[in-house]
Design a protein around this ligand. Structure first.
Ligand code: TXA
Ligand code: MG
Length: 358
């Protein structure tokens, strides 16, 4: 067992010493969990194959599920990417630093261990001052998957990282709760029109304002290719059931069924119509605000797991702006129970060349 050091930092005070210690750990090939504006990441030196392997082992992550590389200087994208398509340049100019990850063709400097053998690499420049300070002082890219055990909800607080990974990683930089609460939006810009691989913190509408219409993995019929769909993702241990917004009757029915089965239930609701649902001994209620739904979602899942809840009923949200990312995670959580873990290459079913940019 390792001693996991927790270092308190804050957005107001990015102490160079704290980042300095974390940089030392990265230089030695160690693992540092760090805050970003989306969720906490598990950092390691992108050019240290052993450190990258440790990231997979520590998370219990299948080695074919590639990692995102975090950078802090625009110039570094040229070290990692073979070429940057025009639409990618426009997005970088407009949205970096920020919650947008771009998938581009990788350069020969990026190892197979990072990309799971793919010929592309995912890159993002986070907006969080501590993430930026860390990557900047380190001077090169840091791989950063979410700092959770594979299969559990991403960590939005340092406590979540600690719960999943203490004793296995060297350090956690604790800067309190993250701002956005769901992961970055991932866009594959090696194809045209670009493809949204994961809905996330940056709204689709804002991206399309800049580069025109994009497609989704569903549009072109290869849902299986989408990262995170093959492996259990974003889900609590409790069974999740998604209910349409404001559907009082359905909530009533489900509460009835599960209470009669003697199950411990929790509800996550936001609309006024659902104010009539009352908590009881076997039913917890979390009333959330639509504006802050994404921020609190994973923390709420973890909280209910700690209470030993069997089943979480969640009220759906309008599928616009960040609501698209929230609904995506809720559907994945709902489907987690019936998903199988196939070890097929994520892109094996996709005819990439058909869509490739010239
Ligand atoms: O907000 C975020 O993106 C957070 C913070 C820490 O930056 N990171 C994060 O990483 O969510 P992770 O590893 O939990 O999710 C990365 C996703 C995975 O689903 C992976 O399959 C996909 O990105 N991915 C990585 N490289 C890829 C590539 N070359 N092509 C397609 N998908 C890729
Ligand atoms: Mg993750």
């Amino acid at each position: 067992m390792k001693q996991t050091r927790i270092i308190k930092t804050s957005i107001q005070d990015v102490s160079p010493e704290n980042v300095h210690e974390a940089v030392e750990v990265l230089r030695r090939g160690g693992l540092v969990a760090f805050p970003t504006e989306t969720v906490y990441g598990l950092g390691a030196d992108v050019y240290n194959v052993d450190a990258v392997k440790k990231v997979f082992e520590t998370k219990g992550r299948p080695s074919d599920n590639p990692l995102i590389v975090h950078i802090a200087e625009f110039g570094h994208v040229h070290d990692l990417a073979k070429k940057i398509p025009l639409k990618a340049k426009l997005l970088i100019e407009k949205f970096w630093p920020g919650p947008l990850t771009l998938v581009v063709e990788r350069s020969s400097k990026v190892s197979d261990s990072v990309t799971g053998g793919l010929d592309t690499v995912a890159i993002r420049m986070p907006k969080h001052p501590i993430a930026l300070a860390l990557v900047q002082s380190f001077g090169r890219g840091i791989v950063g998957p979410s700092a959770n055990l594979s299969g559990s909800p991403s960590p939005t607080r340092a406590e979540h990282v600690y719960a999943d990974l203490h004793g296995k990683i060297d350090m956690i930089l604790d800067a309190g709760p993250t701002e956005i609460g769901v992961e970055s939006t991932i866009v594959d810009v090696t194809v045209d029109p670009p493809l949204i691989l994961r809905f996330g913190g940056l709204e689709r509408e804002r991206i399309e304002d800049i580069i025109g219409e994009m497609r989704t993995t569903v549009d072109i019929g290869f849902l299986k290719r989408s990262p995170g769909t093959r492996h259990r993702h974003y889900a609590p241990h409790a069974k999740v059931i998604l209910v349409d917004q404001g559907d009082v009757n359905r909530f009533g029915q489900l509460l009835d069924i599960y209470t009669r089965k003697g199950k411990k239930i929790a509800c996550i609701v936001h609309s006024r119509r659902l104010k009539i649902i009352e908590p009881s001994d076997s039913c917890f209620i979390s009333r959330v605000n639509l504006q802050t739904f994404s921020q609190s979602l994973y923390a709420t899942f973890r909280h209910f797991d700690q209470l030993g809840v069997d089943c979480i009923l969640v009220e759906g949200v309008p599928e616009e702006g960040i609501g698209a990312a929230v609904m995506d995670r809720l559907r994945r959580a709902e489907n987690a129970a019936i998903e199988t873990r196939e070890h097929v290459h994520p892109y094996s079913e996709f005819d990439h060349d058909k869509y490739r940019l010239e």
